[in-house]
Write a protein that binds this ligand. Structure first.
Ligand SMILES: [Fe+2]
Length: 378
């Protein structure tokens, strides 16, 4: 009988470095793209991030159209619209420029282009039969890691649900990780997207599924984010901090793609579905509460997290450090002022318990535990 077997997979080709976004024509040539749909949102266009990229496409003689109608928390209908546009213009590849919303929209539109149907046909694990059309993902935040992960999150507003699609066929083919594209990101967005990365690293490291290879990556992400996030929030032009945050996205994403996450993410999706709290804000506020709940089940793990954060090597110190970090970078202390009220707890707790992330959380968790954690965070 074989013992435990750990599988490490990362279908996306990663290119990392200052200015790498400007090489986007190379991967498009490699896949033989004839017509490209650039998927982005109006804010990213206004910030001047799309112009230099489309100029490179023109220089390379690659035909393109711009689709700049991505909305935050895209739903099934929005993905359908992006897909229809791709079909209408005859696109055979996508360039996604933006945060997790643009990248997930492009990933799922690319799934529809090669598989047909609607997003609802592919919910769950390994339900996408054919590889998505090529997506070159260029993140402008650091970040959700959407450019690297096999997960996409699409809203189903009718059911107050966030739908999760997990498939190696629903990924970006290339991720161009360019820290220079993040220097203009405002402080609060820097803070919440950066905290998402830190949560990915901490939840992966403490997950029941973690193993040596994912642990090394997660710890390195925690170390990078611990020093770089406050600096990137304080001074967006601090390119060394921006680069370290982008590196943290890569290492954290490689880790959590292979372990899954924990209670923070199980609880964050229903907060988005029922109360429209932005993902980064939700995970940042929840993190220290969940760590405090978990630390008795894995004190050595959380002591290692504390050390990587730069605190005393002690599980409680890790929790205190994260509370202070949130305060330093301007994350709200509680969810109540963001419009979350306790009446939503029963529905949210029920949905959270359905998440596979609950099963790999280091401490066994019941629905009353989740309810108490929501209450503490509100
Ligand atoms: Fe996340």
């Amino acid at each position: 009988m074989p013992g435990r077997i750990d599988t490490f997979r990362i279908p996306t080709r990663i290119q990392f470095g200052r200015g790498v976004a400007l090489t986007l024509a190379d991967p498009l040539r490699q896949v033989g793209a004839k017509k490209v749909l650039v998927v982005t949102d109006p804010g990213v266009v206004k910030a001047g991030l799309v112009g230099p990229l489309t100029e490179k496409l023109r220089e390379a003689g690659i035909a393109y159209e711009i689709y700049d109608e991505v909305v935050p928390d895209p739903g099934v209908a929005e993905v359908q619209r992006a897909y229809e546009r791709a079909k209408a213009v005859g696109a055979d590849a996508f360039v996604a420029v933006g945060g997790g919303s643009s990248i997930d929209t492009a990933k799922m539109a690319a799934v529809l282009l090669s598989n047909g149907g609607t997003v609802l046909d592919y919910i769950g694990i390994d339900k996408v039969p054919k590889m998505a059309a090529p997506v070159i993902a260029i993140p402008t935040t650091a970040g959700t890691g959407a450019e690297l992960t096999i997960n996409s999150v699409i809203a189903d507003p009718g059911q107050h649900k966030k739908l999760v699609i997990i498939s190696p066929n629903a990924t970006a083919l290339f991720a161009l990780e360019d820290p220079e594209l993040t220097v203009g990101l405002p402080p609060f967005l820097t803070a919440i997207t950066g905290m998402d990365t830190l949560v990915h690293a901490i939840e992966s490291f403490t997950s029941k599924n973690s193993y040596r290879m994912t642990e090394l990556l997660a710890l390195e992400a925690i170390r990078d984010a611990a020093w770089a996030l406050p600096r990137a929030v304080k001074d967006g032009k601090d390119i060394d901090a921006r680069e370290a945050m982008m590196r943290a996205v890569v290492t954290a994403s490689l880790a959590f793609s292979n372990t899954r996450l924990g209670n923070v993410h199980a609880m964050a999706l229903p907060l988005g579905g029922w109360c429209h709290v932005a993902h980064g804000t939700a995970v940042a506020v929840l993190l220290p509460h969940v760590m405090d709940f978990n630390r008795s089940a894995a004190p050595d793990r959380y002591a290692a997290v504390a050390e990587a954060l730069g605190a005393t090597k002690d599980a409680k110190a890790a929790v205190e450090h994260v509370f202070r970090l949130n305060e330093t970078i301007g994350i709200p202390m509680h969810l109540g002022p963001l419009g979350v009220d306790e009446g939503a707890i029963p529905n949210m707790a029920k949905d959270a318990m359905l998440s596979g992330n609950i099963l790999v959380n280091p401490r066994t968790t019941t629905q009353p535990d989740i309810e108490a954690l929501y209450k503490a965070a509100i």
